[in-house]
Design a protein around this ligand. Structure first.
Ligand SMILES: [Zn+2]
Ligand SMILES: [Zn+2]
Length: 613
């Protein structure tokens, strides 16, 4: 691992000049391959702000290709390639947590086929911020090839955990960048613009390409009162919009269905202080995302203001708190910290535990506490648990079970449905419209969202005067090409799910998942038959073995019938000359499957096992 400091020599501006002030109407694409057609033909012909100067690649300038490998159609596994002059910059390499219909899957990655096949063209990975849906896949990509990785100090610190754990530290060169820094990375200048989000030190990235500026919002909100006073740098984005102009905007769609503005992170601090003050003699356990350092800061501040000491619980919380304190992003004085092993020795009114487990993960600290299995302390009737997070879609059920268990212990549970103890880190419609208005892009592609989020974002853009021929609604695997004549679709690459199960990556296909679902829902019925091939007959009676399959109504008789049906079918096949395993298997499966299906209306997995002697 080498921590390379910013090298001024690599910061020189792009030599490729952009041709400013082209005729937009003439150069705009005809819209044949675009979506979300605008209704007002007149509107199409003009830029939303005709005074905006937009840089357009000169005729001879190289086109820019963008390939979306993940995050367009789901929340998670964000990954895109920006390609200039045949060189590739990878923007984020995230993971997705599995849906409930992916039994046994630990993680979902972007399909890395395209990157693997073009590894020699990859110059760097750029990480917009430290969330797992942007950084968690890096440790898997590094198995295939080494890379330079750029990001803020905290982002790199958070991303390193998984990489170090995977023993791949030697595959990566970490290169920290600062707010507002613009530096040459591979084929173009990349500018790192501060944005507010639910993890500190998040960036929007501006790519200064031969085709003009491509601005990627990253995950963001417009928080005017952030905990660290580091605001989304709208001024810089506005300056880029004026000179040289923003050719293409790629923008976070997570909250594009939500009207209004996301409240400031600091509103949570005020709520927490009130909640703490109202319960001065009771012990608090507060859970939030371990990477949400500003939330941790506000919990700690509220606790300390109420005369409490702070303890951290859960491995990732302890690691991240240590990292953030070391980087000077989190300020908790040593005197206010207490070891988790000592919390039971302090009066309840002097304790606040900050814990992992806000998503109801079964092995997390909060889940263990809820069932009385934490080795450091046990929850008591007078304790208060604050869940300072929303469940990620898919986790609602698990979080609900944890809340139930907490109530069973007599604990008071405060979640965002009771008090405003959580706000989102993503921009709602008001902020998205504001960003659109500040950036005045020539073209727009919604990113980071499920399809409905992106579709709503397109409507929002339409309402801001960006007509349909200037918008592309893309999905995972889609490629687009930005050139002087406009933004066009440019084919596709493999963009499907890559499943991780334990140490196996990519071995699970949709067939395996389908089998798992059948096994989970209906179980398995096996027929084990021995066949004497020389004599052409079934030896003895086939055995029927079942697992996870239930049929109460006279199961024994059905199994007897199954033995007979399988025997008959095999005998018939043998007398017709069948000798090979495959066809005998097929015959047994069909006979057993038809009988079970007709009689029970169930579809368990049918597994024939033919033994020949
Ligand atoms: Zn994200
Ligand atoms: Zn994020």
């Amino acid at each position: 691992m080498v921590n390379r400091l910013p090298d001024p020599g690599r910061n020189e501006r792009s030599k490729k000049q952009v041709d400013k002030g082209g005729d937009q109407a003439r150069r705009r694409s005809p819209g044949k391959d675009n979506v979300a057609k605008g209704t007002d033909q007149k509107k199409r012909q003009q830029h939303p702000n005709p005074s905006a100067r937009v840089a357009v690649g000169s005729k001879g300038a190289a086109p820019v290709r963008i390939v979306f490998l993940g995050g367009l159609g789901e929340i998670g596994r964000n990954c895109a390639c920006i390609e200039v002059d045949g060189r590739i910059l990878i923007l984020d390499v995230g993971i997705m947590f599995p849906d409930p219909d992916m039994p046994g899957v630990d993680l979902v990655l972007p399909d890395f086929t395209y990157l693997r096949e073009n590894a020699d063209r990859v110059d760097a990975v750029i990480l917009t911020h430290g969330h797992e849906d942007h950084t968690g896949g890096l440790a898997f990509l590094l198995r295939d090839f080494p890379v330079d990785v750029y990001g803020s100090e905290l982002t790199l610190g958070l991303a390193r955990n998984r990489v170090d754990e995977a023993g791949l530290a030697s595959q990566v060169t970490w290169i920290p960048v600062r707010d507002g820094e613009r530096r040459r990375i591979g084929p173009c200048d990349v500018e790192f613009i501060p944005v507010t989000h639910s993890v500190p030190q998040a960036f929007a990235t501006a790519f200064h390409t031969p085709q003009g500026v491509i601005l990627h919002s990253g995950d963001f909100k417009i928080d005017l009162h952030p905990v660290d006073d580091r605001r989304t740098d709208l001024a810089r984005m506005g300056a880029l919009a004026s000179d040289p102009g923003i050719r293409l905007l790629l923008c976070d769609s997570t909250n594009a269905e939500e009207p209004g503005f996301t409240p400031s992170e600091t509103t949570v601090g005020a709520t927490l202080r009130r909640v703490f003050l109202a319960r001065p003699d009771r012990r608090f356990v507060v859970t939030c995302f371990a990477s949400h350092i500003h939330r941790v800061q506000q919990v700690a501040d509220a606790a300390i203001a109420g005369g409490r000491k702070v303890a951290t619980l859960g491995r990732s919380m302890q690691k991240n708190v240590a990292l953030a304190r070391q980087l000077g992003i989190l300020e908790i004085p040593d005197s206010a910290l207490v070891d988790i092993e000592r919390v039971d020795t302090l009066p309840p009114g002097q304790v606040c535990v900050i814990s992992t487990g806000s998503q109801g993960e079964p092995m997390s600290a909060l889940s263990r506490l809820a069932v009385g299995e934490n080795r450091f302390f046990k929850l008591r009737e007078d304790d208060v648990v604050v869940i300072s997070a929303h469940p990620i879609p898919g986790n609602e059920w698990s979080v609900g079970r944890v809340i139930d268990s907490l109530h069973r212990r007599g604990v008071e549970v405060i979640h965002s449905g009771v008090e405003a103890v959580h706000v989102s880190g993503h921009a709602r419609q008001g902020e998205l419209a504001m960003l659109m208005s500040v950036t005045r892009p020539e073209f727009f592609i919604p990113v980071h969202g499920e399809y409905r989020h992106m579709a709503n974002h397109v409507r929002l853009a339409n309402s801001m005067g960006i007509s349909g021929d200037r918008i592309l609604l893309c999905e995972d695997g889609d490629a687009v090409r930005l050139e002087a004549s406009g933004l066009h679709r440019d084919g596709s690459v493999p963009g499907g799910y890559l499943f991780v199960d334990g140490s196996s990556v990519g071995d699970i296909g949709h067939g395996v998942l389908r089998d798992r679902k059948v096994l989970a829902e209906d179980g398995v019925v096996m027929a084990v038959a021995t066949i004497d091939l020389k004599r052409g007959e079934v030896v003895g009676t086939p055995q029927i073995v079942t697992r996870g399959w239930a049929y109460d109504d006279d199961t024994d008789r059905l199994l007897d019938e199954a033995r007979v049906a399988v025997t008959k079918a095999l005998e018939k096949a043998l007398s017709a000359g069948s000798q090979d395993h495959e066809s005998l298997n097929r015959v047994a499966r069909k006979a057993l499957g038809q009988l079970v299906g007709n009689r029970t209306k169930q579809r368990p997995m049918i597994v024939p096992v033919i033994v020949t002697v």
